[in-house]
Write a protein that binds this ligand. Structure first.
Ligand code: ADP
Ligand code: MG
Ligand code: ZN
Length: 497
């Protein structure tokens, strides 16, 4: 029997507002424990929450970017449970009336070609572009953090995170493989980064994901029993945990047993999921409307203000890159996967407008490879990349103008990265200008031919493949500075004599 996986993801995205959702405390990461707290986020008696309007702006941005329908009047709800890092004993969230519903995220088709600098997914991504539908988006407050300190033999509570605004983004069970889940999550992260509502840093916990997984016989239209796996704090963890869960459930079913509906935890060290709590012990959160907060009314004017302020989104940018710059689908895909990379590409291109495909190759092959090798990826700070885009554009312009060859350009680029110098400076100080002087090239060619009489004879006898050898020798004799096209032409002439 062959099985198909059915997957739905619940994503929590920490919003980049400066202050918390219901009080004025700072959301900044990394302060000393319990410094960013006040009576409201400490849950002291007698205080009242005041909604941060910016959080709603951000939620609306995300809702519009994911094609959701916005609820004109939504409602805050209390989700009741006890935990030491939840001082009020309830979390303010949204339940039956979330701010947005029925959207979708486009997950692009991506062929992972060999030798490409940036692989956007592990394993295969969907062959065809696909829409993963969203059930809902709602806002809620984050809980604090419990720190289990083995040395102190105690658990400590840090409430700096209490009240930091989150978006919960729930997908329909539209995803069919671990790789597709990864692609979906990457697309969603790119969107949130594009609209600048979340930094998308999974390692720091600003993007968190729970994976709901079930399997069913291929061809069946009914859903199987699902498990929900928590504690997934990297793309790798999401994909590995889903793969593991599909495998585990398949074994359970094939052994004639039933999958138990339960919450499981990902054990990243052993790469397995472990049961955390079964349905019997599932929380009953006793949701009810929060009496401290008014219903949230979002009128048309508000929505339109937010819409007018949205930047160009990845799908539109991808289409424009293909149309205006005539780039292949793959290039457009890779370049627009991150807003900062797309910006970098366009800034480079402004310095060298005639050659979009060449600029694209450079950004994909050199820049992204370097970013990946140096693990700058997570930092997402393109301003700190060692080679500003104008300089890369200038370098490529020098190739286009025949000042240097592509091979020399690669070494110049390495120097630009290391020293921060401009390409012209490096070329001048190292004497790297391309040699197009016919006399100099003729002399070099004559020397090479004199040194290899047997090969000259073989070439003239019909072994024309030897041309490559001669070009190589001339390039070497000129330390790679000879203009390769010119060397080719001159060599052919000379050998034909
Ligand atoms: P809960 O409130 O218990 O988490 P939801 O109805 O909100 O339940 O669903 C949570 C997630 O589970 C959603 O992303 C949804 O797409 C996914 N899901 C629902 N049913 C299944 C299923 N049979 N297999 C896999 N995922 C599922
Ligand atoms: Mg859930
Ligand atoms: Zn506070």
């Amino acid at each position: 029997m062959s099985y198909e996986a059915v997957i739905g993801l619940e994503v929590h995205a920490q919003l980049l507002t400066e202050s918390k959702i219901f009080c004025g405390c700072s959301t900044r990461f990394g302060a000393a424990p319990n410094q960013h707290t006040c009576p409201v986020c400490l849950g002291l008696p007698g205080v009242l929450p005041v909604l941060n309007k910016k959080v709603v702006d951000f939620a609306l941005r995300a809702a519009l970017a994911t094609h959701c329908t916005i609820t004109p009047t939504s409602r805050w709800a209390r989700k009741n449970y006890f935990y030491p890092d939840l001082p009020k004993g309830y979390q303010i969230s949204m339940y039956e009336l979330p701010i947005a519903e029925h959207g979708y995220v486009e997950v692009p088709a991506l062929r992972t070609g060999s030798g490409q600098a940036l692989r956007l997914g592990s394993g295969q991504a969907p062959e065809q572009a696909k829409k993963v539908r969203l059930t809902r988006i709602h806002m809620e407050e984050d809980a604090g953090k419990s720190i289990h300190d083995a040395e102190a033999g105690a658990s400590l509570v840090d409430l700096n995170r209490t009240g930091v605004p989150l978006l919960e983004i729930v997908s329909e069970p539209d995803i069919r493989s671990a790789a597709e889940a990864g692609s979906y999550l990457r697309s969603l992260r790119a969107l949130l980064q594009y609209i600048e509502v979340c930094d998308g840093n999974m390692e720091e916990g600003s993007l968190r994901c729970d994976a709901n997984v079930s399997i069913r016989p291929r061809g069946s239209t009914e859903f199987g029993t699902r498990t929900e796996t928590k504690n997934l704090n990297s793309f790798r963890a999401v994909e590995k945990a889903i793969e593991h869960e599909i495998q585990r459930q398949t074994e359970v079913v094939e052994a004639g047993r039933r999958v138990v509906q339960e919450t499981r935890l990902w054990d990243a060290d052993r790469e397995v999921t472990r049961p955390m709590r079964s349905k019997e012990f599932a929380h009953d959160y006793r949701y009810f409307p929060d009496p401290d907060l008014l219903p949230l009314v979002v009128d048309r004017a508000w929505v339109e203000r937010v819409r007018a302020d949205l930047p160009e989104l990845p799908a539109a940018r991808r289409a424009r890159f293909r149309r205006d710059y005539d780039l292949p689908a793959y290039d457009a895909e890779v370049l627009t996967a991150r807003k900062d990379v797309a910006d970098y590409f366009e800034a480079s291109l402004r310095a060298c407008p005639a050659a979009p495909k060449v600029v694209s190759n450079w950004v994909m092959d050199s820049v992204l490879r370097f970013v990946k090798e140096e693990k700058l990826d997570a930092a997402l700070k393109i301003e700190t990349w060692p080679c500003p885009p104008e300089r890369l554009g200038a370098l490529i312009g020098l190739i286009q103008d025949g000042v240097i060859s592509t091979t020399i350009a690669k070494t110049v680029y390495e120097d630009m990265r290391r020293t921060g110098q401009a390409p012209e400076e490096i070329i001048a100080s190292k004497g790297l200008r391309q040699v197009s002087d016919t006399d100099i090239l003729q002399a070099a060619i004559a020397e090479v031919l004199t040194a290899n009489p047997d090969k000259v004879e073989a070439y003239r006898g019909g072994k024309e493949k030897l041309l490559g050898f001669f070009v190589g020798q001339v390039m070497r004799a000129t330390q790679g500075k000879a203009n390769p096209q010119l060397v080719n032409t001159l060599l052919r002439q000379k050998l034909a004599q």
